[in-house]
Ligand binder design. Sequence first.
Ligand SMILES: N[C@@H](CCC(=O)N[C@@H](CS)C(=O)NCC(=O)O)C(=O)O
Length: 278
Amino acid sequence: MAIEKLSEVKCFGGWQQRFQHQSDCLSCTMTFSVYLPPQAEQQMVPVIYWLSGLTCTDENFSTKSGAQRYAAEHGVALVMPDTSPRGDNVPDDPDGAFDFGLGAGFYVNATQSPWKAQYQMFDYVHRELPQVVESQLPVSGRKAISGHSMGGHGALVIGLTHPQDYKAISAFAPVCNPTQCPWGKKAFSNYLGDDRATWKAYDASERLDAFEGDMPILVDQGTADNFLKEQLGTPALEAANQRGLAEIRYQEGYDHSYYFIASFIGEHITFLAKALKG
Ligand SMILES: N[C@@H](CCC(=O)N[C@@H](CS)C(=O)NCC(=O)O)C(=O)O
């Protein structure tokens, strides 16, 4: 389980790093970013996994969100995977569209050819990446999961599917009801096939509706997000939130961008860190 460090820069007293490794799960070389807070020099620190949205790599969050300041304050590491398998041999959208294929793995385990050989992002994020990180870096097994848009969907679905493995979940502008929106229908019909019964396991609103456990969940959604009406399906998540488990907030005037994420990431990290330390 070797990893190669590609880069390292000091940031808020800790280290922003980039690693490459051979993923068995995805059958390709994967790059991921890590932020280790200063506390990691003395002790094992808990981890927030961050899942990015469509078109992103491991670097969008590390360069645009300003999350490191808050991770350093709270003594939590950040782990930022890429959004799909990568490489010249990985199949992509035949038209090169941004919403499917490379940069758009949707955090599912594909069951259909040719995608199933490599598009296993659910298992990569939930199983393989934590094994790699925990065996190679000064992090504990205490995990929380967060993300944006397609990554917000991933965070909610992975966290609600394996609640024993995560202390808390947060999401910015998540794709809340992918079985009902154009992005989700395109991705799921290709990755999972036409049997829509298999899609439900990957729908955050379905998962929250069926969830009987306890889990701190925070969701922020901007009211000026131009994907809100057609793609994100926030009302479905609100309808599924009958027990009031999730705090779902609308933030007036914010759009879908990393400016929105940067505005509230401090609150999300404080929220996740509290559960990680509790
Ligand atoms: N490129 C797409 C939009 C894709 C998009 O907004 N991606 C979001 C996640 S869903 C993102 O984080 N983009 C990268 C960035 O802003 O750094 C379009 O033209 O409509």
